[in-house]
Each structure stands twice: as C-alpha cells, then as structure tokens.
Design a protein around this ligand. Structure first.
Ligand code: NAP
Length: 330
C-alpha cells in the first residue's frame, strides 16, 4: 500500500480509502451488515487504514457498521476515520444544514455510532447556502479545540467557498468527485488544493461502478439504487460510457496486463500523487483488486491515449451534480 500524510497533521493514511456509502444501503438497493463488516476487515488486511463514512449513509447505519468493525478490530489508533456533518434528514427529505447547533449535535451522534472518542477527519458534506461559511468554519475550530476531531475537511465546496473557510479555520482536506469520466475539478479545485497543500479525498473513483468493468447494457438497478436516476446510466447516453469502458479495458489489458478497474484507480493515484482515492465497496471480494492497483504507473503515452478515448466516446461528460441535496426548507 502507498501512504500519505494528511496535510498539516501527523495522520498517516493509505492512498486508497474505503468508501462506505453503499454499506448504509440507502440509494444502493440495501446492503448486508455482516458482509460489510467483513469488507472492512478485508480492507485492513489489504493495507487500507482510512474509512470514509457519513451520518447520511443509511441515516446512521454506515457509521454504526464502521463503529462495530473498528471497535472489534482493536486497531483504532492505527485507523483514520473520516466522517461528515451538515446534512439533515429528519424533516421528510435530505437537506443541507451546517448551522453550529446542527454540527455540535452531529459530532456527538457520530462519536456514539462510531464507538470512538475522536474523529480523525471531520468534513462538511455539502456547502450550506443558508449558513455563512465563516460560521460553519468557526464551529469546526471549536471542535478541534475540544479534541473531538483531529483534522478539518470540506466536501463539494467551490474554490471561493474554500478560500473563505480556510481564512477562518485551517483546512486539512477537501473531498471532491474525481474519476476518468468526472474531471471538472481539474480546472479549479484540484490546482487550488495542490497550491495550498490541502489533501484531497477523491470520491467516485469507479464512477458508481461504471469503471468497475462488470456492468453491461442489460444491468439493472432495482429498488432505490441511485443509478436508476443517474443521467449517465440512462440509455442511449449509457451506451457511450460502456463503449469508452470497453476501449479502456483494452488499454488496461494490452499495455499493463490489468483490468479497467485497476487502470481507473491507478489513473487517479497517478494524477493526484499526494492524495487519497475512495473506493466504494460492500463485499470483501470487491477488494481483491486492491493489489492490482499498486506498484505500477501509467506512462505519458497511455495517458494521452486514455484522453483520446474519453474525448471520442464521452466528449460531453455528465457530472455528479444530480445527487446534490437541496437547501433546507425555512
Ligand atoms: P465508487 O467507488 O465510484 O463505485 C462504487 C461502485 O463500484 C459500486 O457500484 C460497486 O459495485 C462497484 N465496485 C466496487 N468494487 C468493485 C469491483 N471490484 N468490481 C466491480 N465493481 C466494483 O462510488 P461511491 O461509493 O459513490 O464513492 C466511493 C465513496 O466516496 C463513497 O462510498 C463515499 O465514502 C464517498 N462519496 C462521497 C460523496 C460526497 O458527496 N462527499 C459522494 C459520493 C461518494 P456494487 O454496486 O455491486 O457494490
């Protein structure tokens, strides 16, 4: 495993982190708790020590599963738990809420569910348009001073919002979407974080499974699965993405003896050399590929060829904006 320090801290994190959104079941058609716990242990066995979760993932379920696995592992001190705050779900919908009282309540709820006395990286999940950024940042300073959290992050923030936040509370990390298909941050968030020395936790490395290499035109997404309404998974656009995946699979196998999943994870690791990529998994076997992503790099010519494939088949990529929660009702 490759490791990196979270900027401005002594926290040593694996460059692949385990994403646990699907473990909560919500928007992923359910999940199996025992399999999830086994997946977390498989991650630890693979050298992964960062787990990313959030209260909203299954409305507490994901954090509870992480808490169960971590407390039974006896490894708490070696692990990096990243969780989030700033989304409420108690009023019949999911809304942004980063008011100080909300965050103070959320940290205590998260510590209880996670069965720990501290959170290593505490992130504001989505910017709240109804709460001044400065007020949210001041609340995070209070949490650092209280010892409940060790590092501060934001997620889905623009550069402008991060600049304001950073002027009040030192930002250690930022969590934006980034994968072969979703590259908007290359124009703003990525260079700014690099310049400021802020660690990125990049989410959606497999683009909700598209880059896992196992989906096809007949794949179904039953129940509340987010892909049933993700615009990328709607035909005919979906066919273009699948064509690109086929081509990428060719490069992966012919040039590197790898599969498209391993190429996709390596691509993010190579693009963002000081950062962390989050890999969403809920079954242990899904992490068998971790070793296949390590110990090699993608050369410049292959990087150019990958860009050509993307420009040919997905010239106008669809972003993850569709999943942004709205502001809370007043
Ligand atoms: P992801 O990691 O891009 O993809 C997860 C998908 O990949 C699932 O559909 C899974 O399949 C599939 N997959 C995993 N391992 C595979 C394997 N070995 N072979 C084939 N397919 C495989 O998506 P994500 O979960 O959305 O993102 C990762 C993490 O980032 C989340 O869990 C969460 O921690 C974080 N995140 C944060 C935000 C935010 O707003 N801050 C937003 C999204 C995600 P199955 O469906 O079969 O399990």
């Amino acid at each position: 495993m490759e490791y990196v320090k979270i900027a401005g801290t002594e926290i040593n994190s694996s460059r692949i982190g385990l994403g646990t959104w699907a473990m909560g079941g919500w928007l992923w058609g359910g999940s199996d708790r025992k399999e999830c716990v086994k997946t977390i242990y498989k991650a630890f066995d693979s050298g992964v020590n960062l787990i990313d979760t959030a209260p909203i993932y299954g409305f507490g379920v994901s954090e509870e599963i992480v808490g169960e696995a971590v407390s039974q592992s006896g490894m708490r001190d070696e692990l990096v738990i990243a969780t989030k705050a700033g989304l409420e779900w108690e009023r019949g919908g999911v809304f942004r809420n980063s008011l100080p009282e909300r965050i103070h309540k959320e940290i205590d709820d998260s510590l209880r569910r996670l069965r720990t006395d501290w959170v290593d990286i505490y992130q504001i999940h989505w910017p709240d348009p109804l709460t001044p950024v400065e007020e949210t940042a001041e609340t995070m300073v209070e949490l650092i001073e209280s010892g409940k959290i060790r590092a501060v992050g934001v997620s889905n923030y623009s550069v402008e919002q991060m600049k304001i936040f950073h002027s009040v509370c030192h930002l250690n990390s930022s969590q934006p979407p980034y994968n072969l298909f979703e590259r908007k941050i290359e124009g703003d968030v990525f260079p700014w974080c690099e310049e400021q020395g802020i660690t990125m936790l990049l989410y959606g490395v497999l683009c909700r499974g598209l880059l896992g290499g196992k989906l096809n035109a007949d794949s179904e997404f039953p129940g509340d699965d987010i892909r049933s309404f993700d615009p990328k998974f709607q035909k005919p656009v979906y066919y273009n993405y699948l064509r690109a995946v086929e081509e990428l699979e060719q490069i992966a196998s012919q040039r590197f003896g790898k599969n498209v999943l391993e190429l996709s994870v390596r691509w993010v690791l190579d693009k963002c050399r000081k950062d962390i990529t989050l890999w969403g998994a809920r079954r242990p076997g899904q992490l068998d590929n971790v070793k296949g992503t390590l110990g090699w790099t993608i050369d410049g010519d292959s990087m150019i060829e990958i860009d050509t494939i993307l420009n040919t088949f997905v010239a106008d990529p669809i972003g993850p904006e569709f999943m942004a929660p709205g502001p809370r009702p007043l």
